[in-house]
Design a protein around this ligand. Sequence first.
Ligand SMILES: [Zn+2]
Length: 81
Amino acid sequence: MGKGQRIKAERRSKREAQIRKRATEAAQILMECPVAGKFFPTGIYADPVSFNGGTFNNVNAPCPHCGAKHSGSDAELVLAN
Ligand SMILES: [Zn+2]
């Protein structure tokens, strides 16, 4: 393998490692208040794979915007980045 090819291979494996890290890094789940239309942190952390797997549809969190307790089923959940 020539020098150029080796550098390319190293760059590729670094990039793949970064993607893997991003994919498994836990981030806080944010919930959208259906009343105020604003997102607020739930205090619950998830990694993107579990989050996208739908494991967090039953998250309950008190809302700082309207004071009610929202659940994942009546509010929209997103993963903070
Ligand atoms: Zn609310």
